[in-house]
Design a protein. Structure first.
Length: 320
C-alpha cells in the first residue's frame, strides 16, 4: 500500500480564454498519478462538505484512490491559478489545513504502508503540518519516505521558517524531489545542485538515498551515493505546466516501486542505486511530466499512456 498525506484543493484556472475548475493540490495530484500508474494508494487529506469537496472525493475515486478521511465542516481549500500566454501558472490560495483526530487513527491508517509521500503546503502550514510530521515519524521505521517541498512563497513568506521545516522532512526522507526554483528560494545565492548535494548528507545513514532536482526545459538532475545523472527532456507543445512536477514525482516513485525498492528494508539498495538506473528513473518521470504539460490541468498519464510514450521514445532512439 502506498500512502500520500497532504492537501487536496480545487484549482480555479484563469486563462485569457476563460475560467475552469480542476481538482488539484500537489500531494493529491501525486496520489492520482500513482493510482493511474497502477499502484494501490490511499490519500489522507481534508476536504469540506461542499460542492468543491464533492468534486475532490469524486476525482480521487475516479482514479481508484482510497479515501479514508471523511469530509469535515470547513470549506474545501481553493487555489486560483493565473495562466499566462506561455502556459506558466502563478497561484493565490484560500486554505484550511488541519487534520483533527488524525493522530489517534494513524497507527491503523498506516498499517501496511510501504511508501509514504508528502510535501508542499501540508508540511508548512499550521496546525496540520505537525500532524504530517508525526505521520512521517511513525512510518519511517517501516516505509520509504518521499518528500517534495513544492514551496509556495505566496503562502509561507518566511524563508527561514520554510528552510527549517523543509530540512526536518528532508532528514527523515529517502527520496526528495525539488525544483530549481524551490532551492533558489530556500538557499539564495547558492548553486541549486550544491544545495541538493548537501541535502543528500542530511541525516547521515538514515537520511536521503536520492535527491532529484527538476529544472524545467533544462531537464532533471539527480544524485545518490553511487553517483549523479541527468536527462534531456523531450520537446513538447505545452498546454500549461499545472501538475507537471507532481506527475514527475508520481512516476519517479512508481519507478522505485516497480524496481522492488519500496520499504525501509530496501534503504541500502536504494542508496546504492547506480547512476544508470537513476538516469532511467529520471527519463521515466520526465516522460510522464511531458504527457501532463501537453494537456490542460493536472492530468497525469495512465500506465498504458506512459508505456506508449516510452515505447515511441525507445523506437526513436533505436533509429538514431
Amino acid at each position: 500500500m502506498l500512502t500520500v498525506i497532504g492537501e487536496g484543493l480545487v484549482d480555479v484556472v484563469q486563462r485569457s480564454s476563460g475560467i475552469e475548475a480542476h481538482v488539484g493540490g500537489s500531494p493529491l495530484n501525486v496520489a492520482v498519478g500513482l493510482a493511474r500508474l497502477g499502484h494501490p494508494v490511499q490519500f489522507i487529506g481534508r476536504y469540506g462538505r461542499d460542492a468543491y469537496g464533492e468534486s475532490v472525493a469524486a476525482h480521487l475515486k475516479a482514479s481508484s484512490v482510497m479515501l479514508p478521511q471523511a469530509p469535515d465542516g470547513l470549506p474545501t481549500s481553493v487555489a486560483t491559478a493565473l495562466v499566462d500566454d506561455d502556459g506558466a501558472a502563478t497561484y493565490t490560495f484560500d486554505l484550511a489545513w488541519e487534520l483533527p483526530g488524525l493522530a489517534e487513527r494513524l497507527p491503523f491508517m498506516l498499517q501496511g504502508t510501504t511508501l509514504l509521500h508528502t510535501g508542499s503546503i501540508a508540511t508548512m502550514l499550521a496546525p496540520g503540518a505537525a500532524d504530517v510530521l508525526a505521520a512521517v515519524e511513525h512510518s519511517h521505521p517501516s516505509a520509504t519516505i518521499s518528500f517534495d517541498p513544492n514551496c509556495r512563497p505566496s503562502i509561507i513568506t518566511d524563508a527561514d521558517y520554510a528552510r527549517r521545516q523543509v530540512e526536518k522532512f528532508v532528514t527523515l526522507s529517502d527520496i526528495v524531489k525539488a525544483s530549481d526554483e524551490d532551492l533558489a528560494w530556500l538557499y539564495p545565492g547558492v548553486d541549486v545542485l550544491d544545495s541538493a548535494r548537501r541535502w543528500l548528507s542530511l541525516g547521515g545513514a538514515e537520511g536521503p538515498a536520492m535527491v532529484v532536482v527538476t529544472r524545467g526545459a533544462s531537464g532533471p538532475w539527480g544524485i545518490t551515493a553511487a553517483g549523479e545523472a541527468e536527462f534531456a527532456v523531450p520537446r513538447v507543445d505545452v498546454a500549461d505546466t499545472v501538475g507537471a512536477g507532481d506527475s514527475f514525482m508520481a512516476a519517479l516513485l512508481s519507478g522505485v516501486v516497480d524496481r522492488g525498492l519500496a520499504g525501509a528494508q530496501n534503504r541500502a539498495d536504494l542508496r546504492a542505486l547506480p547512476a544508470k538506473d537513476l538516469a532511467a528513473l529520471l527519463a521515466h518521470a520526465s516522460r510522464a511530466a511531458a504527457v501532463t504539460v501537453s494537456r490542460p490541468g493536472a492530468n497525469p498519464p495512465t500506465r498504458a499512456e506512459l508505456n506508449r510514450v516510452e515505447a515511441a521514445a525507445e523506437e526513436a532512439e533505436a533509429t538514431i
